[in-house]
Design a protein around this ligand. Structure first.
Ligand code: TRP
Ligand code: SF4
Length: 327
């Protein structure tokens, strides 16, 4: 039996941090054996908010692909490509936009939230409202069965299913209805205790060198109730402890949990023990990144191959789509 197909994308917004790794990339890597995987850089989606700053998109694509490959996305197993190199996505987007009721888009929760949050950018555009229609095109053009995403993307996937269902109903049964694979995200906050994010300037990047990691982990917020070393701490509410849980061996995690609660270890020491774990975790990744950085022609070749393969499928689907619609 042939493998089921997976598709997912990321907006290129620079180098990836630990939050991106555990939020998406790590699960993408693990899905490669069980599924036929397609992963792409959603540069048109990036354009919906960065249309005034387009130069950062291109650089970000390269940084992002280097991170993907170094984290274990294997070009022999997965197809990786760039959205804007497959203009068929845009053609399908325009066709889907004809059958998508405006009300479906206006009630999309991410649309409303982002309108409120991104106050420094004018995103009251046609393209931004249509963001999920483009996302639906990205997914169904490959007839993907599953889409690994974070919980925030579930409404977009629901819309994708509704749009695909409507197409199948109006014209011809063409698209499978894709289902999300929800990525379990461990609780990893930024060094200031807020969500790890590039915009908050609180992220630890996969490519941060050891001294930068030490500097950042030294600054990390801990249990806010613990003012002095003699006060017992509560690892459950401490971000440093969440890091230990992910990066340190289990015996050490339970020892730290115990010493923290009994005020046997201070936060400064606790962080000093955590930093080398993160550094060691990232070391093989960084070695690979170094390799790809000095072999960019290999990276370009991988992407070219990916684009060709993706485009072959997208073209076939578009032939079916035009025939189904009758144009
Ligand atoms: N909207 C997604 C995000 O912000 C990115 C994306 C674009 C995507 N097209 C996609 C994800 C198709 C999955 C499938 O994370
Ligand atoms: Fe957090 Fe470690 Fe300090 Fe406990 S000792 S509060 S786990 S940093």
């Amino acid at each position: 039996m042939s493998k089921k197909r997976i598709l997912s994308g990321m907006r290129p917004s620079g180098k990836l941090h630990l939050g991106n790794f555990f939020g998406a990339l790590d699960s993408w890597v693990k899905l490669q054996d069980e599924y036929e995987c397609f992963y792409f850089a959603a540069d048109w989606h990036a354009l919906t908010s960065e249309y005034e700053n387009t130069e950062i998109i291109k650089e970000s694509i390269t940084d992002m692909f280097l991170d993907w490959l170094s984290a274990g996305i294997d070009p022999d197993k997965s197809t990786i490509f760039i959205q804007s190199k497959i203009p068929e996505h845009a053609e399908l987007h325009v066709l889907l936009s004809m059958i998508t009721p405006l009300s479906w888009l206006e009630r999309n929760p991410t649309y409303k939230e982002q309108q409120q949050e991104l106050t420094n950018k004018d995103i009251s555009t046609y393209g931004f409202l249509g963001y999920p229609v483009l996302q639906a095109a990205d997914i169904i053009i490959y007839k993907a069965h599953k889409v690994p995403v974070g919980i925030d993307q579930v409404p977009h996937l629901e819309l994708t299913r509704e749009i695909a269902r409507r197409f199948n109903f109006l014209y011809k049964e063409t698209f499978p209805l894709p289902e999300p694979i929800l990525t379990e995200i461990p609780k990893l906050l930024g060094i200031d205790g807020r969500k790890m994010s590039k915009t908050y300037n609180n992220a630890i990047y996969l490519s941060d060198p050891p001294e930068v990691i030490r500097e950042k982990t030294d600054q990390m917020f801990t249990d806010p109730q613990r003012a002095r070393k003699s006060d017992p701490g509560d690892p459950k509410i401490c971000n440093v402890f969440s890091f230990h849980k992910l990066f340190s061996p289990p015996e050490e995690v339970s020892e730290i949990s115990h010493s923290c609660r009994s005020a046997g270890i201070g936060c400064v020491d606790c962080k000093k023990r955590m930093a080398p774990r993160v550094i060691a975790f990232l070391s093989p990744f960084q070695t690979k990144r170094e390799y790809f950085l000095t072999h960019v022609e290999r990276v370009e070749e991988i992407i070219e191959t990916g684009i060709k393969k993706a485009q072959g499928i997208a073209r076939e689907t578009m032939n079916e789509v035009r025939e189904a619609i009758g144009i």
